[in-house]
Design a protein around this ligand. Structure first.
Ligand code: SF4
Length: 317
């Protein structure tokens, strides 16, 4: 039951739980802007056709910069679906040769259903796989991604990766009106994976001032499912990262909130689109001492209002 109070919380803010994948240790490059799924929550659905991927010159610049400064331990290759790049293994080899300790890809994991392809990527030096799992069952995942068979292929990909020494897998489940009730079951469905080190739950943001697709779920409805997912994932020894959820609603699980992102190298035209979200809105923002909270966004407030009597500001420390 949610308390309906607005006096400042007396307990202190809690530091984020420790993770071996600290955002500050990574640089992220958008190397590809095409995809063969059509996820309804895709953040760049409308812009991936005109966003420009980073050039090979820019890629080499980042490698050279890090070789000189050793600023980041890991590099993340992303965009839309980077496994569609035929030269992905070569990119990984170049990154490793320049001194990066870790190479990660963000992927929907479909192509990883081939064990031979997994081996090729692992041998090229990709040791971290951030895989999108949108739901706990095939019917829901395939409906969200709009491709029949997507769930089985992604799950097989994660299971294939479980067989390679030195590999870590991470998953992300975007929290939407369609997926939130399945969050605890997503954790349980992936409970057999030995190399799954971290589970992320990114609460959907629409890249727009309105929720045109009807995907934003009420934080109050999501909350019990999200907290149960956190508890289950931690019981399995996973670390958990939650993004874009009010810190004050998470109670004793608020250390799972981690809104930091790696340094992102992307087409500058992305940022005006991103700013349309309008994060950091909250009626208590001016006196709440939460430092990691993104508050509400424009589309959320238009759909559900301010939750002024439910959000509880943190007292100054
Ligand atoms: S800024 Fe608002 S939503 Fe965030 S913790 Fe403070 S009161 Fe809660």
């Amino acid at each position: 039951m949610l308390e309906s109070v607005t006096k400042p919380l007396k307990f202190s803010r809690r530091k984020p739980a420790p993770t071996r994948f600290a955002a500050a240790d990574y640089v992220e490059l958008t190397m590809h802007f095409q995809c063969n799924l059509r996820c309804e929550h895709c953040m760049i659905e409308d812009s991936m056709h005109w966003l420009r991927p980073e050039s090979m010159d820019r890629f080499r610049e980042v490698l050279a910069q890090n070789a000189a400064e050793m600023r980041w331990k890991g590099i993340i290759l992303t965009g839309s679906e980077v496994t569609l790049r035929k030269d992905l293994p070569e990119l990984a080899r170049m990154a490793r040769a320049s001194g990066f300790e870790h190479v990660r890809i963000q992927t929907h994991g479909m192509k990883l259903a081939s064990e031979d392809y997994c081996r090729e990527l692992v041998e090229a030096g990709i040791d971290e796989y951030f895989v999108s799992v949108t739901a706990a069952d095939a019917a829901t995942h395939d409906a969200i991604t709009a491709v029949p068979g997507a769930f089985e292929r992604t799950l097989r990909g994660l299971e294939n990766l479980d067989g390679f020494d030195g590999v870590s897998t991470l998953t992300n489940t975007v929290v939407t009106e369609r997926s939130y009730r399945q969050l605890p079951e997503v954790v349980s469905r992936l409970g057999h994976l030995q190399r799954l080190a971290q589970m992320d739950f990114w609460n959907f943001w629409p890249m727009n001032e309105t929720d045109a697709k009807g995907l934003i779920a009420s934080h109050l409805d999501v909350l019990p499912y999200l907290r149960e997912a956190i508890v289950r994932a931690r019981a399995l020894g996973r670390t958990v990262e939650v993004k874009n959820f009010p810190e004050c609603l998470l109670g004793e699980d608020r250390d799972a909130l981690q809104n930091e992102q790696p340094k992102l190298v992307i087409d500058p035209e992305f940022w005006p689109e991103f700013m349309r979200n309008g994060f950091h809105q909250c009626v208590h923002r001016s006196y709440c001492s939460a430092s990691r909270c993104l508050g509400l966004n424009t589309a959320y407030v238009r759909k559900f209002g301010w939750h002024a009597d439910v959000l509880v500001p943190f007292a100054a420390e």
